[in-house]
Design a binder for this molecule. Structure first.
Ligand SMILES: [Zn+2]
Length: 692
């Protein structure tokens, strides 16, 4: 074998470096399979035996603990490929080298590049030259087999699991309240306390009809809920913790509590960035659902009823409740507020006040989870206005600093993007180089291959030109933008107060401006409201605001107006007072013009005696009383009043009058006989002329 090796390793290979790629799929393998790691490092000795110097051996081991299923995220493998592509590698070494990449595409790409760059490949079985057809075939098969092995392994494993699941025999982790008996059958947890807790939970939900109320009831009674630990040093232990809202929902949604066996309730998809997405499936898409497979806590019907109750309790569909980006509402600090009491982000809620939407900042996440009152609740109106004033004040002096900081940021960012764009050009150039070399190496007699390689080269050249053009254009645009931006930043600083106060500026724009300037606002509601504003530049500013007045206080009538009403009542009816006050431009506590009923309500609210009471206390008589006193009919009295013969005062808007009493010491009869003088005599005179 050594002889064969020597024929492949040439001086041109030895001039370049030897790359040792060390990899273990999982961290567990890294820890437990040290023997394999040792073997991987031992390849270094092989390289030196073949003629490489120790300082030429480059070890790439940054992928330890990464799975080989895809090259994404595997920085080490990417580096290896690029080093080979750049012609720096004389040989690539790895244990079972085909497992370098468990994905066939990655592997074939590496092989192809190795062939082009004239790089050898070494594994425990020997040295291969990918440029040689036979070696390449062998390596390709090794890669394919390795991938197939992985696939078969996985399929067999998965198939076994699925078959067992379909029969309902698969042992999977059971929710709290169940466990496996020694024979592997599902039974209720032998711990009676656990059983009773689960029963209590479902009973409470049936009684209260809501998950939140159930959590609240558990808290009120000081009950905890069991929870089994599955990982770590405490694995298998039972802990008792507070029941949380999310856990309550989980219990209610879990079909196993009905005694059903189920499998495949969620589907997991791998996203391009390597993370996983779990999607909950409707029950008809589950892989297995076998009802009454074992004992349970509730019936299937009850389970479905519970889910229906939960659906009915949800006011908005779940998708509508997801948090979106900056929204249209007027809450200036949406997404910027942090609760000073617990450190959570505060959310926005709107209250309708007449035609206005008034924002309020709430810290409620913890409250919802634990079914407790919200942590803090701060009305937004005054606060937003104060923040607005602060911004208008702050922008002018810090303008230049902000502008400079922003400029710097933009500059550094554009340098970064420039680097990235330049890399794109480099890549295109490399591709076209590759295509050119491929074309050059091809046998010109082989027309078909030569044609397609030429076409490839042409394409690569065109792509390179396009990339270069794009790069030139963008780097030109970049400097153009930065000039324009500098100007607009300065303009913004100058125009900021005007823009901010312009009623035509949309709430969303104002919010955007606020976000450009403010990093966050920490709110504390105590005897007053303290708002700690942290600007993006790092500066902070503390605002103190009084607590917003409660609604009833806001609507309160000013004391001066009440006093005025009291004074006017001496001479005027409610309706007249309303007119007089409106005439003077006064407004009610709610900011509306006065009206008879408003005056009446204020009068009652402040226990002011009415016009009627005041006249009565001055001895004024009712129509009936006067009629009796004067011994004439009420109709006559009304006639006299209209004729101006009687002194009377209106006390309401229905033209009801109270009459000034005739002199008490003058008997009516005397006046009838014309004996008295003054006012009574006029009455007497009128009596004599009008009675009959
Ligand atoms: Zn809080």
């Amino acid at each position: 074998m050594m002889g064969e090796t020597h024929t492949k390793v040439q001086a041109r290979h030895l001039k370049r470096n030897a790359y040792l790629y060390v990899r273990q799929s999982t961290l567990r393998q890294v820890l437990e399979n040290t023997e394999s790691t040792q073997r991987q490092y031992a390849l270094r000795e092989r390289a030196m035996a073949l003629g490489w110097r120790l300082d030429q051996v480059v070890i790439i081991d940054s992928d330890l603990g990464q799975s080989g299923a895809s090259a994404v995220d595997r920085e080490g493998f990417q580096r290896l490929v690029s080093e080979v592509g750049l012609g720096r590698a004389g040989i690539v070494m790895g244990l079972e080298v085909s497992r370098l990449a468990r994905n066939s595409t990655d592997w074939h790409r590496l092989l192809e590049i190795c062939a082009l760059a004239d790089t050898l490949i070494l594994d425990e079985d020997g040295v291969y030259d990918p440029a040689h057809f036979n070696d390449r075939l062998l390596l390709g098969m090794k890669g394919t087999l390795s991938e197939a092995e992985l696939h078969i392994l996985r399929a067999r494993l998965r198939g076994g699991i699925l078959n067992k699941a379909r029969r309902g025999e698969l042992e999977i982790r059971l929710p709290i309240g169940f466990d496996y008996d020694p024979a592997g059958r599902v039974r209720l947890d032998p711990d009676v306390r656990v059983q009773e807790s689960v029963r209590q939970f479902f009973r409470t939900f049936r009684r209260t009809g809501s998950a939140t109320a159930t959590v609240k009831a558990f808290h009120a009674e000081g009950l905890t809920f069991p929870h089994r630990i599955y990982r770590g040093v405490q694995a298998g232990e039972l802990v008792w913790t507070e029941l949380e809202h999310s856990r309550a929902l989980w219990l209610l949604h879990h079909p196993r509590y009905t005694g059903a066996f189920c499998f495949g309730r969620t589907r997991t998809r791998k996203l391009p960035n390597g993370s996983h997405q779990h999607q909950r499936l409707p029950s008809e898409e589950w892989i297995a659902l076998i009802r009454d497979a074992h004992v349970g806590y509730i019936t299937w019907d009850e389970y479905e009823q519970n889910l229906q109750i939960l659906r009915d309790n949800t006011q908005a569909p779940a998708s509508g409740r997801e948090q979106g980006p900056a929204r249209e509402g007027p809450a200036l600090l949406q997404g910027l507020v942090i609760c000073a009491k617990c450190g959570d982000r505060m959310t926005v809620r709107y209250h309708q006040q007449g035609s206005r939407r008034v924002p309020a900042y709430m810290c409620q996440r913890h409250g919802i989870t634990h079914a407790e009152p919200v942590c803090q609740h701060v009305l937004g109106g005054e606060l937003d206005a104060a923040i607005g004033r602060l911004l208008v004040e702050a922008v002018t002096p810090v303008t230049l600093e902000v502008a400079m900081a922003v400029q710097q940021e933009l500059d550094s960012r554009s340098a970064e993007t420039d680097r990235l764009r330049h890399q794109a050009v480099e890549r295109a150039r490399y591709e076209s180089d590759l295509a050119r070399r491929r074309y050059m190496r091809c046998d010109p007699d082989n027309r078909l291959v030569a044609d397609s390689l030429e076409a490839e080269w042409n394409l690569a050249l065109r792509a390179q030109t396009a990339a270069q053009d794009l790069y030139d254009k963008q780097s030109q645009a970049l400097t153009g933008i930065s000039d324009a931006q500098r100007a607009s930043i300065l303009a913004l600083a100058r125009d900021f107060p005007r823009l901010w106060n312009d009623p035509h500026t949309a709430d969303r724009e104002r919010k955007r401006m606020a976000r450009l300037l403010i990093a966050d606002v920490t709110l504390l509601k105590d005897k007053g409201i303290t708002a700690q504003v942290r600007f993006n530049g790092g500066a902070t500013h503390t605002l103190h605001l009084p607590l917003p007045k409660p609604a009833w206080l806001l609507r309160q009538t000013p004391a001066a107006v009440v006093a005025e009403i009291d004074r006017l009542l001496e001479e005027h009816t409610d309706g007249e007072i309303a007119e007089l006050l409106n005439h003077r431009g006064l407004l009610s506590g709610e900011g509306k013009p006065f009206h008879r009923l408003i005056v009446r309500n204020i009068r009652i609210a402040y226990s002011l005696s009415s016009r009627h009471e005041r006249l009565r206390s001055r001895g004024f008589l009712t129509l009936a009383e006067l009629a009796q006193r004067l011994n004439v009919s009420t109709a006559t009295l009304k006639y006299w009043r209209r004729a101006g013969l009687l002194k009377a005062h209106r006390y309401d808007e229905r033209n009801d009058y109270l009459f000034e009493p005739p002199d008490a010491d003058t008997p009516i009869k005397h006046r009838h006989q014309g004996k008295t003088t003054g006012r009574p005599s006029t009455v007497a005179a009128s009596l004599s002329t009008n009675t009959l």
